[in-house]
Design a protein around this ligand. Structure first.
Ligand code: URA
Length: 434
């Protein structure tokens, strides 16, 4: 086979066979095909897309570039959730313990923050001592003991994705539905799951801002999960404002603890209980998503979900005293209250800018080597449709880097659209797909 012929084939919009895909993807992973040729292939995929079968083949080749974890020694259904990423999206920290408390096994391998969105790994690492870096043997041990494990991607899991993702990042080929599908599904299928719940975000703080793009991505992820005989449910959920009120790594752990201890944060609880309800349903512990939602609320109210979270953190080396007394967590050196300059109703929030603001405060990485400040972030007090008076506090900023405060304050003010008329309330769960 010849890489130039295969690039030409894809450039001309033709479908590649499994052998051809293996030649290209494994050749690149083994360093036999250079960056410039694989980058051309990626750009051809970006423009011409892939068929459903071809996307499944790409996923399979990426999946078997590494290990697929065998969880057959653990009894019961293994169900995970994947979110395409948003601002203030800490649902994994809430739903994984709820589903595990319902008796579903949750083997979760999560990622770090990407662009303006946060990542579950960075949030967990805000808990002093918590190790996201378990060997696969220990991954299984924790799952067996607790019904739940939450770690980061290891070298053995889908190594092709690691290399291809880094190349996509610098060749403007991230935003391609088949490439995103292969990337997400190869990692999720490697976990040894029986089923997957997908939370595909849409709106100003999502990667797929347009509803039609989010729907197409959800369909592609569903088709691929089905090609591997996995149970799957996808939700398209709103990301036109931060989810909950806290953004930033420890701040999000703090809000997740509040919810797990029974506090009602309306939007965060609605999305979280829907996703955990779907996991419990796919895990065959109830007969409908609705029953799963009811059970989720019960497991929070009776304290079982919080206990499960404590058990997980303890098993992965974290200091659980911070879960019982979150107020003792160290504080940022600098704080600023952002006050409204106008009055009216909050009618739009550029949520991407809110994510960037959190990142600038130290909650994310501007460069690959940047070190995250777990305390940094934003408490965002306003929701779409809220009334706002002049001088009212919109948000509180936390950082150790005083220099960024003034610019971040401006960014937040500019991200808000305030109008005289109250906007129509938008649905949070926009669509369920199966
Ligand atoms: N998340 C991933 O893991 N991969 C992508 O390509 C995009 C989001």
């Amino acid at each position: 086979m010849n890489p130039i012929e295969l690039i030409r084939k894809k450039r001309n919009g033709e479908e590649l066979t499994k052998n051809e895909m293996m030649y290209l993807v494994l050749g690149y992973t083994k360093n036999k095909i250079p960056d410039y040729q694989f980058a051309s292939f990626l750009m051809a995929v970006y423009f011409n897309g892939m068929t459903t079968d071809e996307t499944a083949i790409l996923t399979e080749v990426m999946l078997y570039s590494g290990k697929v974890i065998d969880l057959s020694s653990i009894k019961g259904m293994k169900i995970d959730k994947h979110s395409t990423g948003g601002v203030g999206d800490k649902t994994s920290l809430i739903i994984a313990p709820i589903a595990a408390a319902a008796g579903v096994n949750v083997p979760m391998i999560s990622g770090r923050g990407l662009g303006h969105t946060g990542g579950t790994l960075d949030k967990l690492e805000a808990i002093p001592g918590y190790s996201t870096n378990l060997a696969l043997r220990d991954y299984k041990k924790v799952l067996k003991k607790c019904g739940l494990v939450l770690i980061g991607q290891t070298k053995e899991i889908a190594p092709a994705d690691k290399l291809i993702y880094a190349l996509r990042d610098v060749t403007a080929t991230v935003e391609s539905i088949p490439l995103i599908t292969g990337s997400i599904m190869s990692k999720k299928l490697a976990e040894g799951i029986d089923g997957l719940v997908l939370d595909v975000k849409t709106g100003s703080g999502a990667f797929m801002q347009k509803f039609s793009d989010a729907k197409a991505l959800a369909q592609s992820l569903i088709n691929t999960a089905k090609a591997f005989d996995k149970k799957v449910l996808a939700f398209i959920t709103d990301m036109n404002q931060p989810l909950g009120n806290y953004i930033g790594n420890w701040l999000e752990v703090y809000e997740a603890i509040k919810v797990l201890r029974g506090e009602i944060v309306p939007d965060l609880c609605e999305v979280s209980f829907t996703l955990s309800g779907a996991m419990i349903y796919l895990g065959k512990k109830v007969k409908s998503i609705k029953e799963g939602i009811d059970l989720s609320k019960k497991l929070v109210a009776n304290g079982r979900a919080f206990e499960k979270f404590v058990e997980l953190v303890k098993l992965q080396g974290g200091d659980v005293s911070y879960l019982y007394e979150p107020e003792k967590y160290p504080k940022s050196k600098h704080k600023l209250k952002v006050k409204s300059k106008t009055e009216g109703f909050v009618s739009a929030i550029d949520t991407y800018q809110i994510g960037v603001a959190a990142l600038e405060l130290g909650a994310g990485r501007l460069k690959k080597e940047d070190v995250i400040d777990p305390k940094a972030g934003i408490i965002f007090h306003k929701k779409l449709g809220d009334k706002l008076s002049k001088g009212e506090i919109v948000a509180e900023l936390f950082t150790n880097n005083k220099k960024v405060l003034a610019d971040t304050e401006k960014r937040i003010i500019n991200a808000l659209r305030v109008t005289d008329n109250k906007p129509k309330k938008q649905k949070l769960i926009k669509l369920i797909m199966r």
